[in-house]
Design a protein around this ligand. Structure first.
Ligand code: ADP
Length: 363
């Protein structure tokens, strides 16, 4: 943008491998737009987006995540959060056309792989130029902005071994916010070490992420959505699927501090025909969730150890409606580090890329 502030409406879009995230800034101050057209368009867009919470068949607004009183480029307003499956991009484009959204919006900031993949379609179908931002730059920018704007953005889970006592508590970064690790669990996983506002590096990653969970769970249970997969997992028991240390040792392997309840082999029971006959779809969903989550915890712990950083922020939509994974990650970080590493979670879990992208002209 070369230092110029684009006309409203302001959008930030993160077109990911599974989900597209759209953030919309609704101005709430008394500054009026420069042109009649701008006022009209902004009013139409605002009405449509804020009066509805569902768009077409698959678009959703996450009203519980709405952020009021945010300041961007000296404007005060509200951020609205919308998501839809990236596979529905054609329907999104049709709807945008129908709602007259595209007619006058000339530029939208976009990040994620889809900003590249769909660039030509946006240009040809909507006459819209995507201003492309790097996804990890956007992620960090959005995360830092959100943590600075929201006092209660971060939280952690305490006492996660006791199911009944386990609860979330607000987490405040003390005076020294840096360094910390970010583990972004989307379709795949990226691990970043953040040393300062403009100083981070990508230290690791794995292709075994949220997309793997949903893919394997769909294969094993025939479930159709992420929310259904999580619901199944909540009602299942991985102990029927996984081989535990006690299944092998008859108890714990105490010489190396491995408790009997620890999973020794994920899905290790499933080579047996009898055991297979005893497991439910729920058990399989739970075992899939536990397997993927523990693998990510293991990578996160090693990264934190390597970098000598003890705070690890877990973000990404894999954690949406997913307390099971958050508790597992919290427990794994705490247990295997003897309490020195801490798992931190953020309320706007999957939206930081889109937020950071919207902020890109405020640099
Ligand atoms: P990406 O940018 O790669 O799409 P996200 O951070 O949006 O990554 O996370 C995508 C992951 O979030 C999916 O792989 C799935 O595990 C999980 N997820 C959460 N909610 C949904 C949903 N409504 N539909 C599909 N996947 C979802």
């Amino acid at each position: 943008f070369n230092g110029t502030i684009p006309p409203m409406p302001w959008f930030g879009m993160d077109i990911g491998g599974t989900l597209s995230k759209l953030v919309f800034f609704e101005p709430k101050d008394s500054i009026t737009a420069q042109t009649e057209d701008e006022t009209q368009l902004l009013s139409n867009v605002t009405k449509y987006l804020t009066k509805n919470s569902a768009y077409g068949k698959s678009g959703h607004r996450d009203a519980h995540q709405q952020m009021d009183n945010v300041q961007i480029c000296n404007r005060i307003g509200t951020l609205h959060f919308i998501r839809f499956p990236t596979s529905e991009m054609n329907n999104f484009l049709d709807l945008s056309k129908k709602k007259g959204m595209a007619a006058s919006v000339s530029t939208v900031c976009a990040t994620g792989g889809g900003a590249f993949k769909f660039e030509d379609i946006f240009k040809n179908e909507l006459n819209l130029k995507l201003c492309k931002c790097d996804e990890l730059d956007s992620l960090i920018r959005g995360l830092l902005f959100t943590v600075a704007s929201n006092n209660n953005e971060c939280y952690f889970w305490s006492q996660c071994t006791e199911d009944e006592q386990c609860s979330t508590q607000e987490y405040t970064f003390q005076h020294n916010k840096y360094p910390f690790i970010v583990v972004n669990i989307g379709s795949g996983v990226s691990v970043l070490a953040v040393y300062g506002p403009n100083n981070y590096k990508r230290i690791s990653g794995t292709s075994i992420g949220g997309g793997t969970f949903l893919g394997l769970c769909s294969l094993l249970t025939g479930c159709n959505t992420f929310d259904e997969a999580i619901e199944l997992a909540a009602n299942g028991d991985n102990v029927k699927v996984d081989k535990l240390v006690r299944d092998i040792y008859g108890g714990s392997y105490s010489r190396f501090g491995l408790p009997g309840e620890l999973v020794a082999s994920s899905f290790g029971h499933m080579n047996s025909k009898e055991k297979r006959a005893q497991v439910s779809r729920e058990d399989l969903a739970r075992a899939t969730l536990v397997t993927i989550t523990n693998n990510i915890a293991s990578i996160a712990r090693m990264c934190a150890l390597n970098e000598r950083i003890d705070r690890v922020c877990f973000v990404g939509n894999f954690l949406r409606v997913n307390p099971i994974s958050m508790k597992l990650l919290s427990h794994a970080m705490d247990y295997w580090s003897n309490g020195s590493q801490k798992a931190i979670f953020l309320n706007h879990e999957g939206y930081f890329g889109a937020i950071g992208c919207l902020l890109s002209f405020d640099e």
